[in-house]
Design a protein around this ligand. Structure first.
Ligand SMILES: Cc1cc2nc3c(=O)[nH]c(=O)nc-3n(C[C@H](O)[C@H](O)[C@H](O)COP(=O)(O)OP(=O)(O)OC[C@H]3O[C@@H](n4cnc5c(N)ncnc54)[C@H](O)[C@@H]3O)c2cc1C
Length: 327
């Protein structure tokens, strides 16, 4: 393993200054809990020159409600989120998503910022000897290779799937992320934070060099808002999603006035399914309406040789999440 310099700043200002001082060509990585980053380093997938540990910065580890809704610091742990009483009461789908991330040990160590910026679990990407398009190669080996767990939407240059449970939940809640660097701070919708392989096949988000996630902001719930998160796993527990669906419905007078649905495990980035949202708007929620909405979204699916089974699971999980949200 290549030796790297470890920085442990004590404030956010020290972090951004530390990063800004690094050599222009240095590979600098920030670390939350390290549950993904350290694995990547140990498996020689990345060879950073500098690792900046964020865990010693108290100002990044918070969950609080303010006039605008919920604010979650990048270093709040997934366990903190799952156990938070306000989250459980007002943002049920987010609490449900946090509670099914990985295992208790990983939820205790893993941070919200790290969960949103984790890398895909594709077996070709995770094999150091395989130089796929995500690592600078010229092809995605899943396209004609083993594709059981790969994308059914948004593939092409890369068919990996985005593994985060928090990302689809927060997108369904219209969350924004606050990004900070030594030069500036900007706030972007989480949905726009992720970018498909066609934009940049090497990474899944739009973080600029020297930028990091500072916090996540979730708007206050509107009257009539309900939500649910459903995750289908092969192993039943402590596993990544084969397919997950986060649904937020705003109900008015018995019918859906607004819907947001985002899925995990189906595309290289969290996948919003606007066709299903449109199909629900103006309708009351029933088994047939939920199934019809899910079927509309599945029309765009382009499965590979070994993952056609995911389309049926996708339809079932989306329909179940719609029904659960309306309860
Ligand atoms: C066996 C296993 C099972 C798992 N199962 C699931 C699962 O079911 N669902 C799920 O959602 N996740 C799952 N995970 C992922 C786990 O939840 C993540 O590893 C964890 O949330 C990442 O948090 P971390 O703080 O440890 O990130 P780190 O490992 O510290 O960082 C991960 C990545 O994010 C970057 N990063 C970290 N913090 C920031 C920041 N503030 N700003 C910008 N970039 C940042 C790092 O540079 C790195 O690239 C699993 C992981 C493992 C190892």
């Amino acid at each position: 393993m290549k030796t790297y310099q470890l920085g442990t700043p004590k404030s956010l200002a020290q972090v951004t200054a530390f990063i800004a001082r690094s050599a222009p060509d240095a590979d600098v990585r920030v670390m939350g809990g390290g549950t993904d980053l350290l694995g990547e380093i140990k498996e020689s997938l990345i060879e950073p020159d500098v690792v900046v540990n964020l865990k010693a910065i108290p100002e990044l580890a918070f969950i609080r409600r303010d006039a605008n809704g919920l604010a979650i610091g990048a270093c709040a742990t997934v366990a903190d989120l799952a156990a938070d009483a306000i989250v459980a009461k007002d943002y049920r789908l987010l609490q449900q998503a946090a509670a099914v991330v990985a295992s208790p040990q990983l939820r205790n160590m893993g941070t919200v910022g790290g969960n949103l910026c984790q890398r895909p679990r594709c077996w070709y990407y995770r094999d150091a000897a395989t130089v796929c398009s995500k690592k600078g190669g010229s092809q995605c080996f899943a396209e004609k290779g083993r594709s059981k767990y790969h994308a059914i939407f948004g593939g092409g240059l890369c068919w990996s799937v985005y593994p985060s449970d928090l990302a689809p939940a927060l997108i369904a809640l219209d969350a924004k992320v606050v990004l900070v660097s030594a030069q500036a701070e900007r706030t972007v919708p989480l949905a726009d934070f992720y970018a498909p392989p066609i934009v940049n096949v090497r990474k899944e988000n739009t973080l600029a060099r020297g930028e990091l996630v500072k916090e996540v902001r979730v708007p206050a719930p509107r009257p009539g808002d309900r939500g649910a998160y459903i995750k289908f796993m092969e192993r039943g527990a402590w596993d990544f999603a084969v397919v997950s669906a986060a649904v937020r419905l705003t109900l008015a007078g018995g019918s859906v006035s607004e819907a947001r649905i985002a899925c995990g495990g189906v595309a290289p980035i969290p996948w919003r399914i606007k066709a299903a949202e449109d199909a629900l708007r103006g309708r009351s929620v029933s088994e047939s309406a939920a199934a019809a909405a899910a079927a509309k979204a599945a029309v765009d699916a382009r499965p590979l040789a070994e993952n056609g089974y995911k389309v049926d699971i996708f339809k079932a999980v989306v329909a179940r999440a719609i029904l659960a949200a309306a309860k």
